[in-house]
Design a binder for this molecule. Structure first.
Ligand code: SF4
Length: 211
């Protein structure tokens, strides 16, 4: 795929998605971090439902730590993998209190040192909370990048590296959410909605679906 085509794709996605932001609800960087940790292999909707009850009760590292693992699990038990997520969140809060004065750190290395925080979660925080033009390649971004031909790769690291290289400069900050939302609502996993896709004529996917 050439440079002009990529530019046109992002320009059209940006027109079609005027608010490229996360669908997770949060009011602070710490709340975002907790929501993102909870969202692994879960829907944003499900996470929002749980955090709508949790955050009014506990939305700081100290408050969640004070709930304890069992107390926290009561709020998140509707979310997949809640046992391990609950344990990780308590450890994460402890580390924030011990090592970072209760603040969410701003570097990838520090973020990845927190329990339950891998490269993808760290990238989401760096992008969404700290405005860094990094790409957190999730299942939607991986699929859309490969199907369209924007950034083909066999694994998430390959796709991330190509997106870093090829996403036009002016779309670097928003590319993450533009691709996620396009993947979530149009270029869906089972049957992509190619008939209503704004980049249909530019997309290089061989198996388009029009039903
Ligand atoms: S044309 Fe179809 S496969 Fe290509 S990006 Fe659009 S929805 Fe996805």
């Amino acid at each position: 795929m050439n440079k002009e085509k990529r530019l046109e794709i992002f320009s059209r996605l940006a027109d079609a998605i005027p608010e490229p932001v996360t669908e997770l609800n949060y009011n602070s960087t710490f709340e975002l971090l907790i929501a993102v940790v909870l969202s692994a292999q879960a829907t944003d909707k499900g996470v929002n439902k749980a955090t709508a009850k949790l955050f009014p009760i506990a939305n700081t590292p100290q408050a969640i730590f004070d709930l304890g693992e069992e107390g926290l699990k009561e709020y998140i038990k509707t979310i997949g993998l809640y046992n391990s997520k609950g344990a990780n969140i308590i450890k994460l809060c402890r580390k924030l209190l011990d090592d970072y004065q209760g603040e969410v750190p701003k570097t990838r290395e520090e973020l990845e040192s927190l329990a339950g925080v891998g490269r993808k979660t760290a990238n989401v925080i760096l992008n969404t909370a700290f405005g860094q033009p990094v790409m957190a390649v999730d299942t939607h971004i991986f699929r859309v990048s490969n199907r369209t031909g924007i950034a083909k790769g066999k694994n998430v690291l390959e796709v991330e590296a190509k997106l870093d290289k090829y996403v036009p400069k002016q779309y670097k900050l928003d590319a993450h959410h533009l691709l996620i939302l396009h993947g979530r609502y149009t270029c869906i996993a089972r049957k992509p909605r190619c008939a209503s896709c704004v980049i249909e004529d530019l997309c290089e996917f061989k198996d388009k679906s029009y039903v």
